[in-house]
Ligand binder design. Structure first.
Ligand code: GLU
Length: 500
């Protein structure tokens, strides 16, 4: 059944099947999609899935100057990448659209008229100069700033007549007496004295709605049952509750989730943490790691495990269990989680992710599948792969200084000799397993009076270029013995001890 929102008016509930849980994410398309959007989207998506409900992506683009189609597209792409797309959205459609606020202008106008007719809103003709003066005066007098209500009592006929020739905004007529209460699922009851709530502008002079107006009208008409959003919107909620009441609508449930924070507990900011979802994608974080990480920011799984799947999360998540303590965006933990998720993939899957993510450089998928066992345990981000594996494609400049530092206690001539010998052993034992080759290399070291570690370090630097690298013998196999011994003999010639 198609609900035509243009026909919806006060009190008429949207036509969703009874009991449908409807959640939403309502980003403004004004820049790179933010990690906070992914985080809040996950909770909303999961709650809808757990309940067999609907998750809406609504684009709040009423700020026409700052909104861009590119940003909207990036929001769609980011949610698709994370694997939590809207069930209803501007791109996938749905029965309760349009899902882009800029296409819903007539709906807001009609609803503003409805509020005015009911005495809950009024046209305000005050000029911006007057409002500035008022504000300056209030500040000088150390009084709270806000609209003084001058236009509240203009009668309907006068208001209509003036509207034909003068610019105006529409304001909510806040009942100054009394208080407004609402229950936040995570915080309990919140009570605000009405005298502290300004006569909020609902429709701007350009005819566009403000966030508050559009948000409430849409949440109602789209049948949203729970508004789960960042806690920075708590101060706006009393206005929203007043709007629901003015329309005679049943209020959605509110759950304000804690903001993501920098290590110093300030709200997450670009200066201290990358905030764009695109950055994480480009770094080679896996979407499942991002989701797991987001889930951990405000919630913990009953089993006390930090690593879990999206399915496990959905099966256990309940918004009332979100904790309100400010979660710190801990990049070390994200790197750890990403490594864990990388290790859960099969070699083929990991190769696919590297190729699809654009991290393969000049590696073919088949080559990747062959060498990934060397790197899968070490990768924290997919973007690290090409640098880590570069020694297999191109002869590296060996870190001779690093090697000298690591082999300070070894006799240089003995080490050179053993390295040469090791090259011969590798040729002789070509095609044999790791064990016999390792045993033979140990004997080479022992016969030269060297610690085994010193010889292996020299071989490792020779083959891979660095002192910290994937294991030696698998690297030799991946590289081929021929090339490996060329590198090993080269290091034997060039080895210079520390301080030598
Ligand atoms: N457009 C608002 C934002 O960008 C939506 C807030 C809400 O979810 O109500 O965050």
């Amino acid at each position: 059944m198609t609900a035509d929102p243009s026909e919806a008016s006060s009190g008429s509930p949207p036509a969703r099947p009874d009991g449908t849980v409807v959640t939403r994410i309502a980003p403004s398309p004004t820049g790179d999609p933010h990690v906070g959007t992914g985080y809040v989207a996950l909770f909303n998506w999961a709650w809808a899935k757990r309940n067999g409900g609907r998750f809406i992506l609504r684009i709040e683009d009423t700020d026409r100057e700052r909104s861009t189609p590119e940003s909207e597209q990036q929001i769609h792409d980011a949610l698709a990448w994370l694997g939590i797309p809207g069930d209803e959205s501007p791109s996938s459609g749905g029965d309760f659209g349009p899902y882009r606020q800029s296409e819903r202008g007539a709906i807001y106008t009609r609803h503003a008229e409805q509020l005015m007719a009911g005495g809950h809103a009024y046209r305000c003709f005050c000029t911006s100069e007057r409002l500035q003066e008022l504000r300056a005066f209030q500040k000088a007098a150390k009084r709270p700033t806000g609209y003084d209500g001058r236009c509240r009592e203009i009668d309907a006929a006068t208001s209509d007549a003036r509207a034909a020739t003068e610019p105006f905004v529409v304001r909510l007529k806040v009942d100054r007496a009394g208080e407004t209460r609402f229950t936040d699922l995570l915080r309990g009851e919140i009570v605000i004295q009405n005298e502290n709530v300004d006569d909020q502008v609902l429709i701007k002079s350009d005819g566009m709605p403000t966030y508050h107006m559009a948000n409430v009208v849409d949440d109602h008409l789209m049948g949203v049952t729970i508004v789960m959003r960042a806690e920075e919107w708590i101060p706006s909620t009393p206005k929203h509750v007043m709007l629901y009441a003015a329309f005679g609508w049943e209020c959605a449930v509110f759950a304000h989730v804690p903001l993501l924070r920098n290590a110093d507990k300030s709200k997450i900011s670009k200066r201290k943490n990358p905030t764009s979802l695109g950055w994480y994608r480009e770094q080679g974080f896996l979407p499942e790691a991002m989701l797991n990480f987001f889930a951990l920011q405000g919630w913990s799984i009953k089993a006390d495990d930090e690593e879990f799947t999206l399915e496990e999360f959905v099966a256990q998540f309940d918004p009332k269990d979100i904790s309100t303590g400010g979660p710190v965006f801990d990049m070390t933990k994200l790197d750890w989680l990403n490594g864990e998720k990388i290790r859960k993939l099969s070699r083929e899957e990991l190769a696919d992710r590297i190729v699809e993510g654009g991290f393969a450089g000049d590696w073919t998928r088949a080559e990747l599948v062959a060498v990934l066992p060397l790197f899968q345990d070490r990768l924290k981000r997919l973007s690290e792969f090409t640098a880590l594996a570069a020694y297999l494609k191109h002869r590296p400049e060996p870190d001779l200084e690093g090697l000298a530092n690591k082999t300070r206690k070894a006799d240089p001539d003995a080490l050179r000799g053993a390295v040469r010998k090791a090259a011969d052993v590798l040729v002789e034992l070509q095609g044999q397993g790791d064990e016999p080759r390792e045993a033979a290399l140990r004997i080479v070291a022992e016969e030269a009076g060297l610690k085994v570690g010193n010889l292996f370090m020299a071989l490792r630097v020779a083959v891979t270029g660095t002192t910290a690298s994937p294991p030696l013998l698998p690297s030799v196999d991946a590289l081929g013995v021929e090339e490996s011994v060329v590198r090993i003999r080269d290091v034997a010639e060039r080895y210079v001890p520390a301080g030598g």
